[in-house]
Design a binder for this molecule. Sequence first.
Ligand code: KIV
Length: 269
Amino acid sequence: MVKGKITLRTLIGKKKKGQKISMISTYDYLSARFCDEVGIDSLLVGDSLGMVFQGKESTVPVSLEEMIYHAKAVRRGAKKAFLIVDMPFMSYQVSVEQGLQNCGKVLKETGAEAVKLEGGEEIAPLVDKLVRAGIPVVGHIGFTPQSVNLFGGAKVVGRDKQEEEKLKRDFKALEDAGAFMVVLESVPSEVAKEIWESSVAITIGIGAGKHCDGQVLVFHDLVGLVEDIKPRFVKRYLEGAKLFKEALNRFKEEVEKGIFPSEEESYGR
Ligand code: KIV
């Protein structure tokens, strides 16, 4: 095993010691390498790649083969981080057998260490089977982007009593079925705190406030490459899009003026 490798045991140990877990959702070799080099604990190959990488409207059209392709690239860049792969829409909802087969395929072909599934009580039987088969599972509740058509758009989940109780039931069902980690997306901080206070599974927040065991952001959001949408929970640590465009403008100008390439970028005989 690579020195400093983050395993499931490392992550559970961090929760026990009250140490926060960092997670980044990303889709390619280079960004994965950057994350690994700075010691990000876990990488998620998120199906948000449907929007961020492919320019689609939602995560719904993303295929299993596309997830596997991106996960292999991320694995090549991330030697130490604990790697989780999102199971795309309709790759696990049809039946427990379908879910088992596809999750197994992802682990076998990508070198990832866990799969992430959206849903609560309804997927508990599959989670139980996966864990018994030796596949670590991450749950995802709150706003679940694969159900965007049902939600009618992005929303905060758990503001009313009924939604709050459903969230808590979903969390418990996932935990009881053996999920070792659950992502809470777009959940009021107070609700996330109450879930976290009695949790055994690791809670990872995205728009769920600070009372979680860890936090996840999408790489492209964090470095400011996504300009058109900025949910409240995104913090830009860099104005990447602005910097990229400045560089591209300079290149265009220098090509047009004959400044680039200079002698320095040219070969002699
Ligand atoms: O698809 C994704 O990137 C995700 C994270 C934002 C949690 O599910």
